[in-house]
Design a protein around this ligand. Structure first.
Ligand code: Z57
Length: 805
């Protein structure tokens, strides 16, 4: 849109006056933020309405991305950027003697997700709008987002995230679009005169699902899509017997986000949440469709529904229910429509994350849905036992072992199933979904994850963005593949120095931020070595920690090395004891290193509390090294690896998830690979001959490092040190930390050496930035659009680069 600085100043002052009856000089940053957000929303309103109208008029096929998590990050700056008015607004604010960054920082970060899965969903929302795809989000409006993390005495403490305290100016309550979701009770099936079954519900708990819509603004294209977040409320005419307790129980449904990442706790409230937003979404999609169509026959040509992990997999039986019970479609036709509409992404191979529900809980809470799952199960067995045998079908039918198995249900009820990086997609076919792959090989495919360079470079890394503009022009802002132009400057000494200077500037900024937030002074000339992601044993923050302890001991012995600053950001699930113990030990090591004047000139450790999207925007631009060190075969894709690469950090990585793609993109010389491969680890499992103690006994450096966990050298970690020591040595080190220790140290030594050659380092950073464009989520959603959702015509020139599973 077009907006001059002068126009903006007038309208902004006007809005502030209307809102607060005071001149802007009297307003707090929070108030200025509110005024600016509302003004921005007023700019979004027309294109938002126009986009909706156009989709309806042209009967555009629409995608509905169902996800129990969304992590959009702060929206003000990104909305201004995408509207194309960020520069004018910032100039206007500065003219008013206001500080744009201070105003932007007043926005609460909607933490409606845990980590990669939720952030990916939001990247896809941004990308779909930006490539002009009709893509809607469907999720939950949690009143409290992911807990706020604090450290007390080095221990993680969880505080409530009251993110809506000041309101959420981006949402609009659509009370006219509310639907009812039914739980519990029992179902009566009564044949009706017209021949179809009448389904009568008795004694159900009814919940009103009220949608709150959030605009998803496309980049410079006038498109505004919709993210619909559902809130649970008591039904309006609930009657005199409706108690306060019942009201409370209903409100609970959308009160909190479960803080577990890649883990399934099997709690009933979580099942309620899943059905709540899924049913509400399906009902509202069907209702909207039926306003302009008098049958459901063409539904699958207008609607694609994507199931982001299994949390919304109930979309399959729920759509069957609506088609049959409400729309009177027969089973076969309903199933044909459902299969054509639904697609599913798997995000993990970890068994503890694969969702299963006890049949008792499931059937009690969702009796009609359970009946439909039983029928799906019955027909699946009927169809495939003859060819594949009872034993195999028993393993993979939706019902088995007294459980509803959601990944199997999702695969059986979708026309497409994808993993999120090539290795992950291969392992899905080999292990977790092996048997289903035998039956439905054509459904399986890969869609490598992506990120949005708009947020990570254009907003998060302004110094780099400006340097790029100067050197290769601004085309990369529209098409990140244009970053490849950078290759032309691989021998441009001046430019390489500029690149290093930009990184140095970002490091100084982060040093300031660290000082302000945790009151720790860090040396901006150190190597900034970053590991930011959820705390999980398989991600091996512990390997990184052991590397730090080795460095500590080496420095104590008198070794000199370039100074390294280790930066961690990670939340642990509140019930994940081992992960919390690792946090405690990290913090203890940070203190020990910091208080030792022999060591602190060479080594520093900072664990930043409350890592999230907004903090990532500050850390990533300053990173020199990106630690992506999961046990091979365990990290489905990873996405912080892509973000850090795009900021020119060198990746220190195992051959896992999308690290493999990064290696293929930049070449072996521009990434630091170490550790066991997935094959080698599978070999250990098969033979059953991994003995972590052998590594401890053979390697004196490892020996010394592990002993530090239990010999009292690190103050205050008696319990935690012992538990970790035992996990590694008594319980045989489930994640092969000890096996990879030596090669991890060697890789780190190579990085230390490389850092002595700043120009060579800059060349490698350049290649990383240049090749990061391929990981733009814009391309990812286009591949989904062509190959799964069928909202983009399949074109022959598409090389299908990462579609081979
Ligand atoms: C989650 O964030 C991921 C997987 C899950 O099963 C759940 Br539950 C939450 C992550 C994977 O661990 C990452 O490897 C992946 O990059 C991300 O999902 C997005 O696909």
């Amino acid at each position: 849109m077009a907006l001059t600085k002068e126009q903006f100043i007038t309208e902004f002052k006007d809005m502030a006056l209307k809102l607060y009856a005071a001149p802007i000089e009297d307003l707090s940053s929070q108030q200025l933020y509110q005024a600016l957000a509302l003004l921005t929303r007023s700019y979004i309103a027309q294109p938002w309405a126009d986009t909706k109208e156009r989709y309806d008029e042209e009967e555009t096929k629409q995608v509905f991305y169902f996800s129990i998590e969304f992590l959009p990050g702060r929206l003000l700056q990104s909305n201004l950027l995408n509207l194309g008015i960020l520069d004018e607004v910032e100039a206007g604010l500065e003219e008013l003697d206001l500080h744009p960054q201070k105003i932007f920082a007043a926005e609460a970060d909607p933490g409606l997700g845990n980590g990669g899965l939720g952030r990916l969903a939001s990247a896809f929302m941004d990308a779909m709008a930006s490539v002009g795809m009709a893509g809607n989000g469907n999720g939950i409006r949690y009143q409290y987002g992911l807990f706020k993390q604090a450290f007390v005495n080095g221990y993680q403490v969880e505080l409530p995230d009251d993110w809506m305290r000041n309101g959420f100016p981006w949402e609009t309550r659509k009370e006219n679009r509310a639907v009812t979701v039914k739980f519990g009770g029992w179902v009566e099936l009564r044949p009706s005169r017209s021949g179809h079954l009448r389904v009568i519900y008795h004694n159900t708990d009814d919940v009103l699902a009220v949608p709150y819509d959030v605009a998803m603004v496309g980049y410079h294209n006038g498109v505004v899509n919709n993210l619909r977040l559902w809130s649970a409320e008591a039904p309006i005419n609930a009657g005199p017997h409706f108690t306060l307790e019942q009201r409370e129980r209903i409100n609970q449904i959308t009160q909190i986000l479960y803080p577990d990442d890649s883990d399934n706790a099997g709690k009933e409230l979580r099942l309620r949440q899943e059905y709540f937003f899924t049913s509400a979404g399906i009902q509202s999609i069907v209702r909207h469709y039926r306003r302009t169509h008098n049958s459901m026959a063409g539904f699958a040509d207008r609607v694609a529904i994507h199931i982001n992990d299994t949390h919304p997999a109930m979309a399959i039986p729920e759509l069957m229910r609506v088609l049959m019970d409400d729309e009177h479609v027969g089973w076969d036709e309903a199933w044909r429509i459902t299969l054509k509409v639904m697609s599913y992404t798997n995000h993990t191979l970890l068994s503890e994350a694969l969702e299963v529900w006890p049949i008792d809980m499931f059937s009690g809470l969702l009796p009609r849905i359970y009946q439909i799952v039983q029928e799906i199960d019955r027909r699946f067995r009927l169809a495939f036992v003859p060819q594949f045998g009872q034993a195999m079908i028993d393993r993979i039918a939706p019902l088995g072992n007294g459980q509803v198995r959601m990944a199997y249900l999702a695969t059986i009820g979708s026309h497409a199933v994808n993993g999120v990086a090539p290795l992950h997609s291969e392992l899905l076919k080999k292990d977790v979904l092996h048997d289903l792959f035998q039956i439905f090989p054509e459904r399986f495919n890969n869609k490598t994850n992506g990120i949005t360079p708009r947020r990570w470079i254009q907003i998060g890394d302004r110094p780099l963005a400006h340097l790029l503009d100067k050197k290769i022009g601004t085309a990369w802002r529209q098409n990140p593949l244009a970053l490849r132009k950078l290759h032309d400057y691989i021998d441009d000494t001046r430019f390489l120095a500029d690149l290093n200077a930009t990184k140095a500037e970002n490091k100084r900024e982060l040093a300031k931020y660290i000082d302000q937030t945790v009151h720790v002074k860090v040396d901006p000339d150190a190597i900034f070595d970053v590991q930011i992601k959820r705390l999980h044993a398989y991600k091996r923050q512990l390997l990184h920690l052991l590397g730090i302890l080795d460095a500590y001991l080496a420095i104590k012995r008198g070794e000199k090395r370039p100074k390294r600053l280790h930066i961690f950001g990670a939340k642990a699930a509140p019930s994940y004891v081992y992960a919390k113990e690792i946090i405690k030990v990290m913090n203890a090591v940070a203190d020990m290193v910091d208080s030792d004047p022999e060591v602190s000139p060479y080594l520093q450790v900072v664990f930043l509390p409350n890592y999230g999207v907004s903090m990532a925007e500050k850390i990533i631009p300053a990173a020199d090294i990106s630690e992506q060190i999961s046990t091979a075969g365990k990290e489905a894709s990873g996405t912080s690896n892509m973000k850090l690469m795009s900021a020119g950090a060198l990746t220190l990585a195992t051959l896992d998830g999308a690290n493999i793609e990064i290696k293929n993109a930049v070449g072996d010389d521009n990434i630091e690979i170490f550790g066991l491969t997935e094959k080698e680890i599978a070999g250990y499992y098969q033979r059953g001959d991994y003995r972590s103690r052998d590594f401890y006994e053979k390697d004196p450096r490892l020996h010394a490092v592990l002993d530090m966990l239990v010999n009292g050298k690190i103050p205050g970690i008696e319990t935690e040190g012992r538990d970790i020591y035992n996990a590694l040595l008594m319980y045989n080190d489930e994640y092969f930390v000890l096996a990879d220790f030596e090669s991890y140290l060697a890789a780190n030594a190579r990085l230390d050496k490389l850092y002595q050659q700043p120009e060579l380092w800059a060349k490698k950073a350049l290649v990383n930035i240049a090749e990061s464009g391929r990981f733009s989520a814009d391309f990812t959603v286009q591949r989904y659009g062509r190959e799964i959702w069928h909202v983009i015509p399949q074109t022959p020139e598409d090389d299908g680069s990462d579609t081979e599973a």
